[in-house]
Design a protein around this ligand. Sequence first.
Ligand code: P5A
Length: 446
Amino acid sequence: MRLSQYFLPVLKENPAEAQIASHRLMLRAGMIRQSSAGIYSWLPMGFKVLRKLENIVHEEQVRAGHIPMLMPTLQSADLWRESGRYEDYGKEMLRITDRHGRDMLYGPTNEELITDIFRNAVGSYKELPLTLYHIQWKFRDEVRPRFGVMRGREFLMKDGYNFDVTKEAALHAYNRHMVSYLRTYERMGLQAIPMRADTGPIGGDYSHEFLVLAETGESEVFYDRAVIDLKLGDREVDFSNVDECQDIFDEFTNPYARTDETHDEAAYNAVPEERRMSARGIEVGQIFYFGTKYSDALNAAVQTPDGKQVPVHMGSHGIGVSRLIGAIIEANHDDKGIIWPEGVTPFHVGIVNLKQGDSATDAACDQLYHGLVAQGLEPLYDDRDERAGTKFASMDLIGLPWRLTVGPRGLGNGVVELTNRRTGDSEEMSIEAAIDRVSQIYVGKT
Ligand code: P5A
């Protein structure tokens, strides 16, 4: 993409309404614009990152054996009356009446709708286990929407729902989600720590939240420092293997880690003192096992091999896709701007032309641009007629992990400069070598 042909409305000044770095930087880097309180338009660069995160989520869900689909944002109130949550959800639910006077709502979550689909289509244990998921916008009329996409009213969520015949099978689904979520966050360059958590309006009594540590996080958390060393890395996981998923679950949940809602002083004090940590965190996901709460209420049962009808055991599992962008920026920025992890960057590399209009530098930039595109990469070429300082400031603000700088002086020596956004380290090399190097960096990361 050539910057002169793109839509990237960067702001020079810090927006007064933004209290935390991610909100400020998303506005300044032209990623989002507020439409009304807690509701945002996603401008091209923000939308690009959102799509990248969605892709990672899809790939990891499918890898775990879960099946994608799409449910609507608007739901009928009747289903929620069946489960009893229509009244319970209170003012957080946006209620709408259609022209025929029917009560509708903008879905804050989908347990009822998916259970309705399930009960009308599945009748036998032979069709289980089954986990369906979608990535769809949700609406929660939060009392205090704040921090940009962190606590929005309209936000993008991946929500998945498992249906199993027994509690044991449903707990395997729970563990499978735990492992696939750990993989998902690691691919985004994040460490998200699973912590025992409260269940709130979703229900049940068994739940973990995934927290990214950050001073600006809204949750207070307590943990054993040993959890920080845990990494899933590139282990090959067989998601259908019950013991393997259980072992990974145990590994990641044995050390003490809880949010303030479930914090247990006695258990925390059993952790050696030098490892006891308290901090703040951003909740980027939550998984639940709630047994037959919804299948009982909505009468979703299957026939077992001995002919009995049993309500299915269920859980639901959510990732805050739009919130994740805020969390990634909170964990990856400096005073100049964003520093995207390579797995989620909107463009792979920036090209800065120091002398726009000079035929040799223009030609060198074009050669780089086309060479990178031919390698399947997406460069962002700053071909605007601007001063070098302005171009560098924009590149630093939008935070692409790598920058190629092309100017007459370097070209005189047959080189361009490759700079790492995080470390600031630069290296000179030929155009061919630069294309090769950047392609190598992204092997397995696009
Ligand atoms: C699990 C999936 C649920 O709703 N039902 C379906 C369950 N869980 S949850 O914890 O309430 O939400 C899942 C994740 O969504 C993100 N999230 C938000 N993101 C931005 N703004 C909000 N107002 C907001 N509310 C929830 C969180 O990441 C949460 O973990």
